[in-house]
Ligand binder design. Structure first.
Ligand code: ATP
Length: 363
């Protein structure tokens, strides 16, 4: 009679639906009641129709769909204890003590806090008569497992996050399309790609599409980067190339911490090289569309593993996040990964780039 609920929180990414499907189906397969919580933590706090029992068919035909069919949101209420108290009651009333949270480091931090507070939340609910002593005893431990849905691949502890591969597909398709028209008109295109303070999408997208120059936050160039950029692009042209592609990650900056934007790069190219230069900002196209085969399978494996981890959890188990290690889906301590991820963000903000790269590890 274990209830398991799955929800998506924070920014969406391709492959979240495949993860939801795998969690639900594995739960049903193992004889557990499965629930959706719609609109992330907001649905957990508001309860009612936002928490719905899921069956085998409710997750049919979603594996190929981008975004998240159960909705995602950012929720202020859950940041306050009063909101988490309401959320706890909504879960208890449905017998849910197992949660799969699919989101970024913020969502996972919130889930961990919720778990730590669980006993005291139940005490409070018991005191004001909202739940019975029997309920308090029966549901005394909350188990949580995290899955990382993010196109940025910026989470420490996993080689790939759910959505990154699909975003890369969007990026290389766009660069391929741009390259053909750039070739015809001998243009230089400056493409801005997402990633916040992580340059993974820019770097891998650039390598996969033969970009001439890539700006990423982790390797800020010296302030004389315009000279190096122009030499590089001019060399490519004199070698017979009819176009240039420059990729700028959205968090790119120079070593002094000055942002490097697509507009800035264009101005340098316009002024010094007199190329016909154009900017394309890929924006939310990168988050949308159907998930790649890789993301579908990654999410299926991670979702199934998340449910298994919950079913095997004991009172002593620490919360885990399911990560990809080589080609294995493995369980790693959630808070250790969250703390490392936050330490990377801090190191980047303090311009300790080498530390950030070291902390981030393999990906
Ligand atoms: P993304 O990577 O897309 O930003 P995220 O999960 O990091 O995803 P956040 O906006 O940081 O996105 O968090 C999503 C939600 O998780 C918040 O709106 C809030 O409801 C909850 N949350 C985040 N941090 C905490 C916290 N410290 N305590 C309680 N809840 C939190």
């Amino acid at each position: 009679d274990k209830g398991l609920a799955v929800f998506t929180s924070g920014g969406d990414s391709q492959g979240m639906n495949a993860a939801v499907r795998a969690c639900v189906r594995m739960a049903i397969y193992l004889g557990c009641k499965a629930y959706f919580i719609r609109e992330g933590y907001q649905g957990m706090v508001d309860g009612g129709e936002y928490i719905q029992e899921a069956n085998w068919a409710s997750v049919s035909s979603i594996i190929h769909r981008g975004g998240t069919i159960i909705g995602s949101a950012r929720c202020k209420d859950f940041r306050e204890r009063a909101g988490r108290l309401k959320a706890a009651n909504n879960l208890i009333q449905r017998g849910i003590t197992n949660l799969v949270v699919i989101g970024g480091d913020g969502s996972l931090t919130g889930a961990n806090l919720f778990r730590q507070e669980w006993s005291s939340l139940l005490e409070e609910l018991l005191k004001d008569g909202t739940i019975t002593e029997e309920q308090r005893k029966k549901f005394d431990v909350l188990h949580i497992v995290g899955l990382v849905g993010s196109i940025d691949n910026d989470f420490c502890g996993t080689d790939m996050t759910i959505g990154t591969d699909s975003a890369l597909h969007r990026i290389i398709e766009a660069i391929d399309a741009i390259s053909s028209t750039a070739y015809s008109h001998q243009r230089t295109f400056i493409m801005e790609v997402m990633g916040r303070h992580c340059g993974y999408l820019a770097l891998v997208g650039g390598l996969a599409s033969e970009a001439d120059f890539i700006f990423i936050p982790e390797m800020p160039p010296k302030t004389d980067w315009p000279d190096r950029l122009c030499v590089q692009l001019a060399q490519e042209r004199s070698a017979g190339q009819r176009l240039n592609i420059v990729i700028v990650a959205e968090g790119a900056m120079d070593r002094e911490g000055n942002p490097i934007t697509a507009e800035h790069v264009k101005k340098v190219i316009d002024d010094r090289l007199k190329h016909d230069a154009r900017i394309t900002v890929l924006g939310h196209v990168q988050r949308g569309g159907n998930p790649s085969a890789f993301d579908r399978i990654l999410a299926c494996r991670m979702g199934a593993e998340a449910t298994l981890a919950l079913m095997e959890a004991t009172e002593e188990s620490v919360p885990v996040v399911i990560s990809l290690d080589g080609n294995q889906a493995v369980r790693v301590p959630l808070m250790e990964c969250v703390e490392r991820t936050q330490a990377v963000a801090k190191a980047m903000a303090e311009r300790r780039w080498a530390d950030a790269v070291k902390l981030r590890g393999r990906s």
